[in-house]
Design a protein around this ligand. Structure first.
Ligand code: 7TS
Length: 419
């Protein structure tokens, strides 16, 4: 029985109206296999509003030039817009300075930058790196490679049966050998929201740094890196309504300044002779070569869009939608929810009877419903819950209860097909 309130608390959601906002997203208005598209794969990538698409078109139609080089008008416009976007990111994350914002290709590259630069310089034999049992592969493998190379130990903070980070176990695993803790803010496979503030405090007490993988957080909640006091924060533009191929590594200036460059070449230098190279200042020290100018500008447009909608309203609206979807699926015979943490954001992973998630995903697709089926690049999470894969519905503020209802109806159909 559904006990969820029939209407939304409009005050909490700051009047967020998904039907109005959907008009900003051209891709949502289409039929797939003859049915209206229901896009529930936002954890994989989000759709783009017209303002982001327009920013890309405008840049290529009017301003395209290389940055930090030319004195000509177009190069100056490109440089201004590229650097303006960096300031938008700085304000969005609450960072103290725009020099602490480094453009990367995405979360994966941001984490690899930290392991390759900070890691190589600071992790040695006998040192320890702590990650959690619910990390995406991109926050596991780079640390694994670093630890193998350096003779360091990778330690894993366990999670409970609801998919919650175990703070007391974490405290026990922290030691004077811990150099860095790397955890996600929100798990992409489970939706758990992790107690990052406490994680940072406990790590700092032991003199360890903290990297937060914010790939699944930034589109759903307000993040303030200064109040979190984390040393690094990484996210991808494409998961927050911006273009693919661009992302961010925030780093505290005091940490970034001690780090050697990662990639080298043009733009990251001040002066080059065959004898010696003087590196550029932050953030350029970490941005070798011609950057992804257009997509950085697109990311700026995406964050402006999100600011206009308002993250508080987005968070409250999505919390309501997730609670509604959770209630409907929990009441569905044969559904096993994977990830039932008390504090969750926008992700609903599940299995239905013994139907293979890929088969279920295919039935949903034939009804125009896009979900992800698989291990979600988090195989250790699948192992933890004794499954090889799940079906994952993941929400954005443009999703509606009516779409959740269509998901549930289609699951009934699937059950009949596979009975
Ligand atoms: N960290 C988390 C928590 C993620 O969810 C992802 C991508 C990444 C890192 C890597 O981000 P990228 O932009 O560099 O690829 N997660 C997913 C997902 O859940 N489905 O597709 C990609």
């Amino acid at each position: 029985m559904i006990t969820h309130p029939a209407t939304l608390d409009v005050e909490r959601t700051a009047g967020l109206d998904p039907e109005v906002l959907r008009r900003d997203f051209p891709v949502l208005h289409q039929e797939v296999h003859g049915k209206p598209l229901v896009y529930l794969d936002n954890a994989a990538t989000t759709q783009k509003p017209s303002s982001v698409i327009d920013a890309l078109v405008r840049y290529y139609e009017h301003d395209n030039a290389n940055v930090h080089r030319g004195i000509h008008e177009l190069s100056q416009r490109a440089t201004n817009d590229y650097e303006d976007a960096r300031t938008v990111v700085q304000e969005f994350l609450g960072a103290a300075e725009s020099e602490e914002i480094i453009y990367t290709r995405g979360t994966t590259e941001s984490i690899n930058l930290v392991t390759a630069s900070w890691g190589r310089a600071n992790v040695g034999p006998g040192d320890e790196v702590l990650i959690s049992a619910m990390e995406h592969h991109s926050n596991i493998v780079p640390w694994q490679i670093l630890c193998e190379e350096k003779g360091a130990r990778l330690k894993i903070v366990p999670i409970n049966d609801d998919g919650e980070f175990l703070l007391d176990e974490y405290e026990r695993l922290l030691s004077d050998h811990t150099r860095i803790v790397a955890v996600n803010h929100v798990s992409n496979a489970l939706g758990s929201v992790n107690p990052v503030r406490e994680i940072v405090d406990l790590a700092h007490e032991r003199g360890a740094l903290v990297l937060i993988d914010g790939a699944q957080a930034v589109a759903h909640m307000k993040v303030d890196v200064r109040s979190l006091e984390c040393d690094f924060y990484a996210f991808s533009s494409h998961k927050i309504f911006g273009p693919t191929g661009i992302g961010i590594l925030y780093g505290k200036r005091s940490v970034l300044e001690t780090m050697p460059p990662c990639e080298s070449g043009g733009d990251m230098i001040k002066h080059v002779t065959f004898e010696k190279t003087i590196y550029n200042d932050l953030p350029y020290k970490f941005e070798a070569g011609t950057p992804n100018i257009a997509d950085a500008i697109g990311l700026g447009a995406a964050l402006r869009y999100v600011n206009n909608v308002g993250l508080e309203g987005i968070g409250a609206y999505e919390e309501d939608l997730l609670a509604y979807a959770t209630e409907r699926l929990a009441a569905f015979e044969g559904v096993r929810l994977i990830g039932t943490a008390k504090h969750k954001a926008s992700v609903l992973s599940f299995n239905l009877d013994s139907i293979h998630p890929h088969d279920l995903g295919t039935v949903l697709d034939r009804e125009g419903i896009a979900v992800r089926a698989g291990h979600h690049c988090a195989q250790p999470v699948m192992d933890r819950f004794g499954v090889t894969a799940t079906v994952r519905a993941s929400f954005a503020f443009y999703n509606t209860r009516a779409e959740v209802d269509r998901l549930v109806e289609t699951l009934h159909k699937a059950r009949e097909i596979f009975a």
